[in-house]
Ligand binder design. Structure first.
Ligand code: ADP
Ligand code: MG
Length: 633
């Protein structure tokens, strides 16, 4: 790498920062002060990105390298001037790049970054890389920052300078070679960053694993190369420590947490590649933002090709961070090419299996970590039950659910459920509701609980789709407690039961007439214990919750009236037997409405429900119609 000096501009042209940039600078300097050393990590990481970009562009256009393919970063200390300069010979920036990248914060993450800034300096220090505002950390230790840059392939250079107080200057400059020099005029009390010991410690701490040599020069005399400078994933596993892996993870993901686990693999054969996959321990703030670019970093034969290779993993594994370095893909591979490429398809399926192996292993050997993982990413993983038919059984084994048998809120696996099934139970039962509490309180569960049959309590939005796709596990059908067929005693006909059925037949018919098209019919229930009634969907009906979700999404669900099941032992039902016509209609409508409410549904006419309820409360033994007149008048 050649060095040259940049002459300061004679008359600098002033530009205002964007308002947000100014705010950001202030906030950042203030809140990151306790972690000020991270500026070096950020600037070295930018230099490394610039080298990656140049390597990539030079595949198509080798002239860009201009005879200097020896990419690296120099930290240059000038003790007399009190400056630290980070020099790279990467891709460089044009005048417009300087304006766009350093003068504005066009990135959508900026606002979110500012909102997330907290009093916790440690946390904020990690956030900064995640939001693409790392460059500005230079102002934590410098009261003036000078950036001289020349873009690869161009002849002009420019110098950008700012004190971080609202404006920056931009002028043409002299620079003989491509690349960027970032000079930090260190604040009076930050001179520690001129000491070689301090600098080499920081480089080892933060930048050991980047595939680019970082050299130290004190007053222009080269001291040493500070880091290992070999891309971590190309080094043998046996040489790498846990700290190496977690350090690299931080560099790669900008995630504040330690990864829960990782897998580093070199595969040779049909497909040859190296993969390094991490399972994070924290969710990114935009986990549910579907438009957000994600995916693994893609390298081809050690050359960085792209961030966010979304085609490299199925979307239900989007929480995985890491990289793939392929020997089979062409260096000029583009996103479009990735999409239809057979090798990419094979790679994707191999990587998905690798991640599932990793999760299996964690579930078996580190159940506490797995529970933590599942708490954060379980709802994403579950999408795989819908999305990935080929791996459905494996994913089902990895899923965990709330259940009536949960101890201390711990989720259960389907395998545990099946192992616990008592004699006589042949199916896996579940209910779905908007929240866990609502699921627990759904009347349909009462009979199952009394009988000692476990019920899975599903309250994630995705669960409605999960149960549509996961029809069975380990040969056992999954069935909703609210489904018509899931009647606890339907197959046992006793003389006693027949007697009750005959006794109630006229009542059931009368209820059916009274409620009309709202229900398909009324039946006696054996799944209720405390509640007077519940609604049961037919074998092909949609669950009411799914109907609701579809409605919210603007899609009409096919209307299938449910069956109203009543509890023959409940006093309200008893009262129906002797009710006059008007009271009967009110009571029947009330039973229907409260069944809707009890399973977390919404009433079509809440005002009518309130009126009827008040009438019933006030009526005592008086006919309800009369009482309701009192209220209405
Ligand atoms: P991020 O690196 O996350 O994009 P930064 O604030 O660290 O955010 O950098 C902003 C942008 O400035 C980078 O995306 C890059 O385009 C440009 N940049 C910063 N440093 C350099 C450099 N040394 N060489 C070339 N471009 C750079
Ligand atoms: Mg950066």
């Amino acid at each position: 790498m050649t060095t040259d000096t940049a002459a300061p501009p004679p008359q600098a042209q002033q530009h205002e920062f964007q308002t947000e940039t100014r705010q950001l600078l202030k906030l950042m300097i203030h809140s990151l002060y306790s972690n000020k050393e991270i500026f070096l990590r950020e600037l070295v990481s930018n230099a490394s990105d610039a080298a990656d970009k140049l390597r990539f562009l030079s595949i198509q256009n080798p002239v860009l390298l201009d005879g200097d393919a020896d990419l690296g970063v120099d930290l240059v200390v000038d003790t007399a001037a009190g400056t630290l300069t980070i020099r790279d010979n990467g891709v460089g920036m044009s005048r417009q790049d300087l304006v766009d990248n350093l003068g504005t914060i066009a990135r959508s993450g900026t606002k979110a970054f500012m909102e997330q800034l907290s009093a916790d300096g440690k946390k904020d220090a990690q956030l900064i890389g995640q939001f693409g505002v790392g460059f500005y950390s230079a102002f934590i230790v410098a009261d003036r920052v000078t950036v001289t840059s020349r873009k690869a392939g161009e002849t002009e250079a420019h110098v950008w300078e700012s004190t971080g107080e609202g404006s920056y200057s931009l002028e043409p400059a002299e620079k003989a070679t491509r690349g960027t020099y970032i000079t930090l005029h260190l604040r009076e009390d930050e001179k520690e960053f001129l000491e070689s010991g301090r600098l080499s410690h920081l480089v080892r701490k933060y930048s050991d694993h980047i595939g680019l040599p970082v050299r130290l020069k004190v007053d222009e005399a080269e001291v040493e190369t500070l880091n290992k400078a070999a891309a971590l994933w190309t080094r043998p596993k046996s040489e790498l420590t846990d700290d190496d892996y977690t350090g690299f993870y931080t560099h790669l993901s900008h995630d504040p947490g330690r990864p829960l686990t990782w897998a580093h693999q070199r595969v040779e054969g049909n497909l040859s590649y190296i993969s390094l996959l991490y399972i994070p321990s924290t969710a990114p703030f935009d986990l549910w933002d579907r438009d957000k670019a994600r995916g693994l970093q893609l390298y081809v034969k050690r050359v960085f090709i792209m961030d966010h290779g979304a085609e490299l993993l199925p979307s239900y594994l989007r929480f995985v961070k890491g990289l793939v370095d392929s020997d089979d893909l062409p260096l000029n591979v583009s996103r479009e090419l990735l999409q239809g490429n057979r090798n990419v398809e094979k790679l994707k399926s191999a990587l998905a299996k690798r991640v599932l192996d990793l999760l299996d292993d964690m579930a078996k050997n580190k159940p506490d970590d797995y529970a933590k993982f599942y708490e954060i990413f379980g709802a994403v993983l579950k999408e795989g039950l819908v999305e990935d038919q080929a791996n459905r059984e494996r994913i089902a084994k990895l899923c965990r659910f709330d259940s009536t048998a949960s101890v201390d809120g711990a989720k259960v696996s389907l395998a545990d459920y099946v192992a616990r099934m008592p004699e006589g139970q042949t199916k896996i039962y579940y209910v779905t509701a908007d929240s866990l509490a609502a699921a627990r309180a759904v009347p349909h569960v009462e009979g199952f609980r009394k009988k000692g049959w476990e019920v899975l309590l599903l309250s994630d939005r995705i669960d409605e789709w999960v149960v549509m796709h996961l029809n069975e596990f380990d040969g056992k059908r999954l069935e909703s407690c609210a489904a018509g067929g899931a009647d606890l005693e339907s197959d046992i006909a006793t003389p006693e039961k027949e007697k009750v059925e005959t006794e109630f037949a006229p009542l059931l018919e009368r209820i059916g007439k009274s409620l009309g098209s709202k229900i398909e019919s009324a039946k006696l229930s054996s799944r209720l214990v405390e509640s007077p009634a519940c609604l049961v969907i037919g074998d092909f009906g949609f669950s009411r919750r799914l109907e609701k979700i579809l409605k919210q999404a603007g899609q009409a669900a096919p209307a299938m009236p449910p069956v109203l099941e009543i509890n023959p032992e409940h006093p309200l039902v008893e009262r129906l037997k002797t009710a006059g016509d008007a009271e009967f209609d009110d009571l029947a409508a009330h039973l229907y409405d409260q069944s809707v409410l009890a399973e977390g549904g919404q009433l079509d006419d809440p005002a009518a429900f309130v009126r009827r309820l008040n009438a019933l409360i006030l009526s005592g033994s008086r006919p309800a119609a009369e009482a309701s007149r009192i209220i209405v008048d």
